[in-house]
Design a protein around this ligand. Structure first.
Ligand code: FPP
Length: 252
């Protein structure tokens, strides 16, 4: 039996002083959830969107400072046009309908990934959401859209190469320079590396997510399919994270 499946919620003991600063989530299993319920894949993404909204609210209430979700990868374009179009319609609906609530929760939305190439309606809504929430001072909610870890590093390295060519950078390239050149870097407020990466649906791989940033992240997995993910499951996984002994390469 995998952990986090049968534990009662009454026993969750979260230590408020040891909350992760940054939680990243690979929201997996929408398609399998839809299949299980005899529904089209888009119904799975729709249900997944509801889970995402609940977790944004829950993370913000728990005092988590940064939440990053993998919403659409550089590889997801390979899916059918219908599915891709449906995911972006859902995104548009979310940012349009939930903007007021995001502002009420004081959540600042940012995007990791080049979203300039997503369908124009979705892009317009994203632009508006980024602008309208930019001054919020609560949790930062990063939506990884058209995001890939390798593309992120490549883009960052090319930005640095440009600066070397123009003479803005001379001498050694440092880790800090690379970190600052990524989507999580200067342009989005220098987000700290994720303390914990959660992946749902029983898959245990990174799938090109935050490759540079995950160097010392804890990984927590659950069999729960993303549309079935609840604040209770989220808190159980955070409790599992809090039980980990993080040594960052050092020894006790
Ligand atoms: C993975 O499940 C999920 C995705 C690729 C899309 C995630 C999208 C949402 C949660 C809803 C839309 C949210 C935004 C912000 C656009 P899968 O389809 O790979 O599931 P499977 O592995 O069971 O087929």
């Amino acid at each position: 039996m995998r952990k986090n499946q049968t534990k009662g919620t009454e026993s969750i003991m979260l230590d408020k002083d040891r909350m992760p600063r940054h939680v990243a989530i690979i929201m997996d299993g929408n398609g399998r959830w839809a299949k299980k319920h005899g529904l089209p894949r888009l119904a799975g993404h729709n249900a997944g969107m509801e889970s995402m909204k609940e977790i944004v609210r829950c993370a913000s209430n728990l005092g988590i400072q940064y939440l990053t979700v993998y919403a659409f990868s550089t590889e997801n374009w390979k899916r059918s046009q219908e599915e891709v179009g449906g995911i972006f319609r859902l995104l548009t609906k979310f940012v349009d309908l939930d903007l007021d609530e995001l502002n009420e929760e004081n959540v600042r939305v940012k995007c990791f990934g080049d979203y300039s190439i997503i369908p124009p309606k979705a892009k317009k809504s994203m632009d508006e959401t980024l602008k309208e929430t930019a001054d919020n001072t609560g949790m930062q909610f990063n939506i990884a859209l058209n995001y890939g870890g390798r593309a992120d590093i490549l883009r960052g390295v090319n930005k640095i190469a440009d600066k070397v060519r123009s003479g803005e950078i001379s001498g050694e390239i440092t880790e800090d320079m690379i970190s600052r050149s990524l989507w999580s870097g200067d342009e989005n407020g220098n987000v700290p590396d994720p303390d914990v990466i959660i992946r749902t649906s029983g898959e245990e791989r990174l799938s090109n997510f935050l490759l540079w940033q995950c160097a010392y992240s804890e990984f927590v997995f659950t069999d729960v399919l993303w549309p079935d993910f609840t604040p209770e499951v989220f808190e159980q996984l955070l409790e599992e994270y809090q039980g980990r002994d993080r040594r960052f390469g050092g020894r006790k």
